[in-house]
Design a protein around this ligand. Structure first.
Ligand SMILES: Cc1ncc(COP(=O)(O)O)c(C=O)c1O
Length: 438
């Protein structure tokens, strides 16, 4: 068999440089490599394997569903699809709403835009999103994303998307030195943008409430203020919970941190929805939005929408989160993680900022100078010393995710406390090795 690096076109990389080890199995937070080594996964792969690898309950649920019924289209009913929709509506408190199932996160976001434009009778209505966000890599999802890597590849105007500055408190684009105020100002910028276009022209505001791969964790003032300004203007708020949902931020859905005050009109889900054992995404509609499309033709659908195998995995995943108390566990361990990362920041001058930690998601932002906050590398570029750190970690059996000058720490919610402590101790040693004090 020819090696994969000669035959597969891999995502988000330079083909000629792809040379990754082959994974043949896993258990808990560990991956088993073909050469016999084990690797501790400190990023849940793409922040998606929230339940760890090869969770036995999920493997069994997929096997059992495969024996009963592998596939049926949306033109027919499917038991696991009905069950999963009901569970999602119940968990999110959207009883009376509806769920549209997709294949992953990007197409959930595409469908959310389609559905909200239809519901608001604004087929070309503007969608307000923000800089330093990520919503997927299909064309509309790329247009929604405020991602400097792909900015030249897509024209947001052509897709009716308008970006505002983000609630990036460490480098507040509104010039505030206060986290809380920066969050408020970012919400006010959305209000201003809505008012600039006029409410009749705006279909929705579309944002990540907490964790995101572009490394922003908004201050706690942001989401409630955003909800307030959108509600006052009767503009629907769509929460992209693809990464932040299912315990990643210490709640089933990150907006729940703010209680009813934070409830969006729609949310999009993927990743942790099945613990990533099978591809699945979802758009969850509030009862009010669902009512608006109830008697209208929905001109959309993908052959595999609501695939029974994926939905069976989703049902088992939701049961596992609840039975194993993983949402609460993530909240508890997230606080431990944040404390440990703060300790690292005290020891290593290269760490400019530590954020997150509401659940098992935290970001370390690296700088060359703490006083000036000069980034280790201009965003979104990486830095050779950070690459060397990650390579050394891998050689020691731990996989860390980085993005530009950020280290994203997001292990599976089932990681053992000892494993987490060991990984952070390794990070401490490697920061000392690769970023020694002057
Ligand atoms: C917040 C957010 N939205 C959407 C996506 C895209 O999801 P997918 O890769 O399943 O298309 C991602 C993926 O990282 C994400 O983090």
């Amino acid at each position: 068999m020819r090696a994969e690096r000669h035959t597969v076109l891999h995502s988000w990389c330079i083909q000629a440089q792809w040379d990754a080890p082959t994974v043949v199995g896993g258990s808990g937070a560990r991956l088993f490599l073909a050469d016999g080594r084990q690797v501790l996964d400190m990023s849940s792969l793409a922040e998606c394997s929230n339940l760890g690898h090869q969770h036995p309950k999920l493997v069994e649920a997929v096997r059992a569903q495969a024996e009963r019924l592998c596939f049926i289209t949306n033109a027919w009913g499917a038991e696991p699809r009905a069950k999963l929709a009901e569970m999602l509506l119940e968990r999110s408190g959207f009883a009376g709403g509806r769920v549209f199932f997709t294949l992953g996160g990007a197409d959930a976001n595409e469908h959310a835009v389609k559905i909200v434009r239809q519901a608001m009778h604004k087929p070309r209505g503007i969608v307000i999103a923000r800089e330093r966000s990520y919503h997927g890599s299909t064309h509309l999802a790329m247009a929604l994303s405020g991602d400097s890597r792909t900015r030249t590849l897509v024209d947001p105007d052509a897709f009716g998307v308008s970006h505002v500055e983000p609630p990036y408190a460490y480098r507040c684009p509104f010039g505030s030195g206060s986290d809380a105020e920066c969050g408020e100002l970012a919400a006010a910028a959305v209000a201003e943008r809505i008012d600039h276009f006029g409410v009749p022209g705006v279909a929705a505001v579309f944002m990540e409430p907490n964790a995101g791969s572009n490394g922003i964790v908004a201050p706690d003032t942001f989401w409630p203020a955003l909800r307030r300004v959108t509600r006052e203007r009767d503009v629907p708020l769509v929460a992209d919970e693809v990464m932040s949902g299912f315990g990643r931020c210490g709640e089933w859905f990150a907006w729940q941190r703010y209680g009813e005050e934070g409830r969006p009109d729609m949310m999009t889900l993927a990743k942790g929805l099945t613990g990533a054992v099978l591809p699945l995404g979802a758009v969850v509609l509030s009862p009010a939005i669902a009512d608006r499309v109830e008697h209208e033709m929905l001109y959309t659908g993908l052959t595999y929408c609501g695939h029974p195998l994926s939905c069976a995995a989703g049902v088992a995943a939701l049961e596992a989160y609840a039975e194993e108390g993983l949402i609460e566990r993530s909240r508890r361990l997230g606080a431990v993680l944040l404390q440990e990362l703060e300790n690292l920041r005290r020891r290593h001058a290269v760490i400019g900022d530590v954020r997150g930690g509401h659940g098992l998601f935290a970001v370390l932002e690296l700088v060359t100078d703490r006083a000036t906050r000069e980034p280790l590398a201009p965003w979104p570029q990486g830095h050779p010393a950070l690459k060397a750190l990650v390579d050394d970690a891998m050689a020691a059996g731990v996989s860390f995710a980085t993005r530009g000058n950020l280290i994203l720490v997001a292990p599976p919610l089932v990681i053992r406390e000892r494993e987490l402590a060991d990984a952070l101790a390794l990070l401490d040693r490697l920061l000392a090795r690769h970023f020694p004090a002057d």
